[in-house]
Design a protein around this ligand. Structure first.
Ligand code: SAM
Length: 249
């Protein structure tokens, strides 16, 4: 998958793309990354990319021209490679990112990620150039670079060939509307406690059942809102009823 990043801080992407799963994906060519710095698309002596807001108020706003040129350069690269690559602006005002959105975005051949700075970008850029606005949560960061890296990281682990064990992408929090079950590894006994005996017995059905139950327990306790949005199977109703002595009929 190709990522065209529009950012004033290209060097920030070095860290994310040099280590871990995303780093390996870049090395193996599963993920390709190109950064388009709006500053490279201006000709004035000071390489100006921001200006004061009309109407007054604090901070600076990213200007239309440098951003538009950088976005068009990214679009051209995508078009030359015949990649379908929508423009996503990372913004606290966007739709909230979740695992379902990550999976949808992973279907594209490419994405152009626009990282804002200062007070944000001139609204006309959003109207003319942006296909989708995406927020990583209800808080405000200083720039869109970390959100862009989060989007790339979450997408890259869904791409074929990036995870050592493809099954790990199939069994985890949020995928089927539940949080993940607890994980344990060797040794069996530590000062911090013992591994639940069911995981040691080799009874695959019992392990599956226990994991399902623990995933339900956690979700019910920590994120009941997730369960409220998801239909429960008969088996899940039974497990929840057992766990919390509930009457769910
Ligand atoms: N004035 C803007 C507002 O209140 O919506 C905030 C601008 S913020 C200081 C600068 C940039 O950081 C934004 O243009 C955006 O790209 C990025 N950003 C900040 N918080 C974000 C979030 N929660 N999700 C995605 N991007 C975010």
């Amino acid at each position: 998958m190709w990522f065209g990043i529009v950012s004033l801080f290209p060097e920030m992407f070095d860290i994310a793309t040099q280590a871990g799963v995303l780093g390996r994906a870049v090395t193996q060519g599963v993920v390709n990354l190109e950064v388009f710095n709006p500053r490279e698309f201006v000709t004035d002596k000071h390489r100006t990319v921001d200006d004061r807001p009309y109407g007054g108020g604090p901070g600076m706003v990213m200007m239309v021209e440098p951003l538009t040129r950088a976005l068009q350069a990214a679009r051209k690269v995508a078009a030359d490679r015949t990649l379908d690559a929508p423009v996503v602006y990372l913004s606290p005002q966007g739709d909230r990112l979740d695992q379902r959105k990550v999976a949808n975005l992973a279907r594209y051949e490419g994405l152009i990620l626009l990282a804002g700075r200062y007070e944000g970008v001139d609204e006309r850029v959003i109207e003319a150039e942006v296909d989708e606005e995406l927020s990583i949560g209800d808080y405000v960061l200083t720039g869109g670079e970390l959100p862009a890296m989060i989007v790339m990281d979450a997408i890259s682990r869904l791409l074929p060939g990036t995870l050592g064990n493809a099954a790990s992408a199939l069994e985890e929090s949020h995928l089927d509307g539940l949080l993940d079950y607890p994980h344990y590894t060797r040794p069996e006994n530590t000062a911090a406690g013992r591994v639940p005996p069911v995981l040691l017995g080799g009874d695959h059905a019992a392990v599956r059942n226990w994991r399902r139950k623990e995933a339900l327990r956690r979700t019910w306790q920590v994120r009941p809102d997730m369960l409220a949005q998801r239909p429960l199977s008969d088996e899940e109703r039974k497990l929840l009823a057992e766990l919390f002595d509930l009457d769910l009929d």
